[in-house]
Ligand binder design. Structure first.
Ligand code: GDD
Ligand code: MG
Length: 348
């Protein structure tokens, strides 16, 4: 059986002011009464999976506990990071913990904050990946790109038509010019951010490309302590782990990579324009979560907790109104909302 590992340590800062440090986007029940974290848990709760392993920031432990209890899903473990070290650390941790149980373990590493509309297609892609993973390859899932988005990793496919394709190169978050070239070239897919691999091949990849991370995370795990239902990594050792994403530390350097191209109705929902994309719109392309009136406006998004928001004569603007903060941003600058969060963090 596959061990699903759910990464939920991010803060979703591009979705401020809805997403906050104490309740990041993956825990918000805004998309259908359930949170994206809960939807992720359900997506990997079937016969082909072990109970999930959740790796998260310690601040969110009760949210995770509550949201899983609501679903009646019992995790294999909830591992708490004392501080955020980005995703290379939890990827190493997932492999280390899986290897403790089973030298042949297969891991499915999943972000907790994505929308996957077609679960059936998602599960077929996972099945398609299985034999390549057992053969030692690191599997990515590739999405047909629709725009030169610089917030994603890009997977360059080798020639062929097989269901599992060899990967020629992996490029994390290229600049706009490069992303435009990739789109023109045509043989690039977006990295969905979901990875599948045997724990043993991930150990080999870390030992080759980032042995410091493997060793340091191993120490933090060895010194971890049980606390209620949680496993707390030791702060002193974990704080020394290199702060880098899995994509940069491993995927850009590893050669033994393959890809299953898939179209499971995937959306990263990482920024307000991505949410706007995924929503129903009126004839002028406006959409609203909450009460809104549009006049002579197009391609706008309104999110509002309780106030009525009216928009006159604006195009491509995202407006997000919460109890204590209001965001108004140009659609094509919405990636920089995280800079507002950085400013706020500095001020506090
Ligand atoms: N446990 C833990 N600890 N989880 C983390 C941490 C951390 O320090 N930082 C981020 N995460 C979680 C996030 O909550 C999210 O679920 C997942 O790891 C991915 O992190 P992001 O920060 O959202 O990554 P990204 O969106 O910039 O880029 C990744 O996803 C893209 C697709 O959405 C990359 O894999 C890209 O290549 C990919 O295209
Ligand atoms: Mg993301």
């Amino acid at each position: 059986k596959i061990t699903p590992v759910i990464l939920s340590g991010g803060f979703g800062s591009r979705l401020w002011p809805l997403s906050r440090r104490e309740r990041p986007k993956q825990f918000l029940p805004i998309f259908s009464g359930q949170s994206l974290f809960q939807k992720t848990c359900e997506r990997v709760s079937s016969d082909r999976f072990q109970p999930p392993l959740v790796i998260s920031n310690q601040d969110h432990r009760f949210l995770i506990g509550e949201q899983m209890a609501e679903l009646g899903i019992e995790p294999q473990a909830i591992v708490l990071e004392p501080c955020g070290r980005n995703t290379a650390a939890p990827a190493a941790l997932a492999a280390l913990m899986a290897l403790e149980n089973d030298e042949n373990a297969i891991v499915l590493l999943l972000p907790s904050d994505h929308l996957v509309a077609d679960e059936h297609e998602f599960h077929s892609a996972v099945e398609a990946a299985r034999s390549a993973v057992e053969g030692g390859q690191i599997l990515t899932f590739g999405i047909e790109p629709s725009e030169p988005n610089t917030g994603y990793g890009y997977i360059k496919l080798c020639e062929g038509t097989a269901q599992v394709r060899k990967v020629d190169a992996f490029v994390e978050k290229p600049d706009l010019e490069t992303a435009e070239e990739f789109l023109k070239a045509g043989n690039y897919l977006w990295n969905a951010g979901i990875f599948m691999y045997s724990a043993a091949s991930m150990r080999a990849a870390f030992l080759k490309h980032a042995p410091d991370i493997w060793e340091q995370v191993g120490k933090a795990l060895k010194n971890a302590r049980k606390d209620l239902d949680f496993l707390r990594l030791e702060e002193e050792t974990f704080a020394q782990v290199r702060n880098i994403s899995f994509d940069y530390a491993i995927m850009e350097n590893e050669e033994n990579v393959a890809c299953v191209p898939t179209d499971p109705g995937w959306s990263d929902l990482g920024s307000w324009p991505a949410i706007w994309e995924s929503m129903p719109k009126n004839d002028e392309g406006n959409s609203a979560l909450g009460e809104a009136i549009f006049e002579q406006s197009k391609n706008c998004l309104v999110y509002s907790d309780d106030a009525l928001v009216s928009v006159v004569g604006l195009s491509d603007v995202m407006i997000v109104n919460t109890k204590d903060a209001l965001l108004v941003t140009a659609k094509d600058k919405a990636q920089d909302v995280k800079k507002i969060v950085e400013q706020l963090d500095k001020a506090n």
